[in-house]
Design a protein around this ligand. Structure first.
Ligand code: CNA
Length: 280
């Protein structure tokens, strides 16, 4: 946004003004949008960061192109590369970040409308964000099923297969289809609660966007459903999407944990945040 355009709602385009807005009770319904960048500090690589991102490290899997690992038609032909990756990403090995803990804190203070996440690592649940506030736009590793007959596959054997790097098969022997976690692959529909929850964005009076390149649609359009005059804050290493084009957009560029701690300081919530985080 042109620096000469004054903000409409905030006193200034700064975290301190965002904190004032929250403390004044003007942000009763906060929507948080997250992507892989909120979990990199937990040790889970994102997709697109140059050098460290998953796509940069998939060469050894001999994929036709990096996205193929999450492509449903490729998976039908060759599920092994996905299971190599699943072994690295499988939930249970990682601890939520301080940014995840901040979302839990918002929920405890009754300020969290909803969290929309693109992540499949289940770290927001582990951080204590209430399940009914979470929209897992791309599904998660929490459940799995046969891609042919849709029969659910049990958690215990799933974990064993993933740990051994083996591809699980449908327990119905007449089917024998491939089993896949209920994460959304390219070419698959998003979960039904995604569409059903979109109206929460137009009801939000503050939107926090944390650690996403805003390149995967339809998720990437979510920040643009925010109403005019409602502040949007980006916590990311780089500027992304349309963030920074609205009068009340605040850009906090850098690692998101530092940005979130800065906001917590401004709010006077820092001690509570650190306590919550270390207690997870
Ligand atoms: P992405 O395209 O890899 O983008 C990540 C963004 O986060 C980039 O803009 C980075 O600059 C930024 N970033 C990285 N580290 C930090 C940090 N510490 N602080 C602030 N910003 C940071 O990932 P998206 O989530 O945008 O892409 C959507 C895909 C990625 C979804 O379908 C996810 O399922 C998928 N994914 C999820 C995980 C996970 O569950 N943790 C991991 C890898 C990929």
């Amino acid at each position: 946004v042109d620096e000469s355009v004054p903000p409409q709602t905030l006193a200034a385009r700064t975290l301190s003004a965002v904190a004032e807005y929250i403390k004044d009770g003007k942000a009763k319904r906060i929507v948080v949008l997250t992507g892989a960048g909120i979990s990199t500090a937990a040790g889970i690589p994102d997709f697109r960061s140059p050098g460290t991102g998953l796509y940069a490290n998939l060469a050894r899997l001999n994929l036709p192109h990096a996205e193929a690992v999450f492509d449903i038609s490729y998976f039908r032909q060759n599920p092994e590369p996905f299971y190599v990756l699943a072994r690295e990403l499988y939930p249970g090995k990682f601890h939520p970040t301080v940014s995840h803990a901040f979302i839990t804190l918002l929920a405890r203070r009754g300020l969290l409308s909803h969290l929309f996440t693109q992540n499949i690592d289940c770290l927001e649940r582990r951080a204590g964000v209430p399940a009914d506030k979470i929209v897992e736009a791309h599904g998660s590793f929490a459940t799995q099923r046969c891609i042919d007959c849709r029969r659910e596959y049990p958690d215990g054997p799933m974990r064993e297969h993933v740990e051994r790097g083996q591809v699980p098969r449908c327990e119905d022997e007449t089917c024998g289809g491939l089993v896949k976690p209920d994460i959304v692959f390219f070419g698959e529909q998003l979960p039904s609660d995604f569409e059903r929850s979109l109206h929460h964005l137009s009801m939000a009076d503050l939107v926090l966007v944390i650690g996403t390149s805003l390149t995967v649609f339809p998720f990437a359009k979510l920040p643009d459903l925010t109403l005019d005059g409602k502040p949007r804050v980006l916590f990311n290493l780089e500027r992304v999407g349309t963030m920074g084009t609205q009068a009340d957009d605040v850009l906090e560029l850098g690692d998101c944990d530092s940005g979130i701690r800065k906001l917590a300081d401004e709010l006077g919530w820092r001690e509570e945040l650190e306590e919550l985080w270390t207690g997870i």
